[in-house]
Design a binder for this molecule. Structure first.
Ligand code: SF4
Length: 405
């Protein structure tokens, strides 16, 4: 697929050099490296990063597990401000968000690095990248907001890797977008500390949070993280105006037992309520989990059935063709109101403000006008600096990892 080119101004802090593969040194002379506020000094001379529960304790010059934050000049810095691993216009349903401006295009981008270490990562070429060349596209917040506007996108998504680790950049991009009436969407694992969580999501309009399983054992062994922190993020989002949906990738034999799914759904109903959408999506073998087969569609259907029996109104299956599992039903009269085939909308029976045309009941979500018509297209975008192709526009097409959302 060809890529669409969008002119942007050069980033305000233009680099004298774009960095080179293998050069891991941190420096505030690098124009993409900025100071941060989320850290504190320790009595033993190290500095602790406070963004996420990893709590990396850093010596001078050392990077955290996420790779993009590290210590330089006795403070924690972010080394990927204004750098991206690529851009693409996607359907919003791909994030997945089924109740947020349905059918509209979203400008997706990410940076590099991740604060989890999931053995099944479906975007591992980005999230585990330690090559500065992965971040070959550069654009400041204003340029990104303008690009989203030029491309006709209703929203911009921080995706491919987790915005938790580049929250300063994500928050500034969200603010620039908001000034142009463009919404901001975070796609995250929700593995973030309370203060950073509060700050990041106060700038977001919507989110999809990965709830990777419902057992501490799975989180510890497979993601090297902790379940409790993710549940705290979900509890926090429930208290905000951020529209959010939750995704669980079901991995055969790892997190797909009836007992675990039932416990997850009971917690979900009690803490989040019946109207927060839950997506069960299919795993495909990747990264360090290539010995496990794809998730059978029957597993997704069973999980959906269990969730609906426990009172959840909007439960979806993903990464498979399943018309019933991808249709939104009115929680009041039970009739289909948004029919989908994967990312393509079919019959649409909601009013412009999200009421069922059959019975008038309100369907939870963010609905503003008629549905979009973006369909299933995935349009790679290349940001080209005004006045020529700058040193950071070396990529000819953005990263389009299979399964990346
Ligand atoms: S954000 Fe990065 S550096 Fe900070 S604690 Fe988490 S993994 Fe460590």
């Amino acid at each position: 697929m060809g890529s669409t080119e969008v002119d942007v101004d050069p980033p305000r802090r233009r680099p004298e050099r774009a960095g080179s593969a293998g050069d891991d040194r941190l420096s505030l002379d690098d124009p993409f490296t900025v100071p941060t506020d989320y850290w504190h000094p320790l009595p033993d001379g190290r500095i602790q990063c406070d963004v996420c529960p990893r709590a990396c304790k850093l010596h001078e010059g050392q990077r955290g597990l996420c790779f993009v934050r590290g210590r330089v000049d006795d403070q924690v810095v972010l080394a990927s401000y204004g750098r991206s691993s690529g851009f693409c216009v996607d359907p919003i349903e791909k994030k997945p968000l089924n109740h947020f401006l349905p059918g509209t295009p979203v400008l997706s981008f990410g940076t590099a690095g991740c604060n989890l270490a999931c053995r099944f990562c479906q975007n591992w070429d980005i999230s585990k990248s330690r090559e500065i060349d992965t971040l070959a596209s550069a654009a400041g917040p204003e340029a990104l907001a303008r690009a989203a506007e030029q491309l006709g996108c209703r929203s911009i998504a921080f995706t491919y890797n987790d915005p938790t680790i580049f929250l300063e950049y994500a928050m500034d991009v969200a603010d620039a977008c908001r000034e142009r009436g463009i919404k901001a969407v975070a796609v995250s694992a929700g593995y973030i500390n309370e203060a950073a969580c509060r700050d990041l999501y106060s700038h977001m309009d919507a989110a999809n949070i990965d709830l990777k399983a419902f057992s501490e054992q799975f989180y510890r062994k497979v993601t090297f993280g902790k379940l409790d922190n993710v549940l705290a993020t979900l509890d926090h989002l429930r208290e905000t105006d951020v529209w959010f949906e939750v995704t669980t990738l079901l991995i055969p034999g790892q997190n797909d037992s009836d007992d675990e799914i039932a416990k997850q759904c009971d917690w979900f109903a009690e803490h989040l309520g019946p109207d927060v959408p839950l997506h069960f999506t299919a795993f495909h073998p990747d990264f360090k989990m290539r010995d496990i087969p794809r998730t059978p569609p029957a597993t997704l259907r069973r999980a959906r059935q269990l969730a609906r029996e426990r009172g959840l109104h909007h439960v979806y299956t993903g990464n498979v063709h399943d018309a019933d599992g991808q249709t939104t039903y009115c929680p009041s009269c039970g009739k289909p109101v948004i029919v989908r085939d994967w990312y393509v909308l079919g019959e649409y029976r909601l009013t412009d403000d999200g009421h069922c045309v059959h019975c008038g009941a309100s369907v939870a979500g963010v609905f503003a006008g008629p549905p979009g018509e973006w369909g299933s297209r995935r349009q790679p975008v290349r940001l080209v600096e005004r006045g020529g192709r700058g040193p950071h526009d070396r990529r000819t097409s953005p990263v389009t990892a299979d399964g990346a959302r």
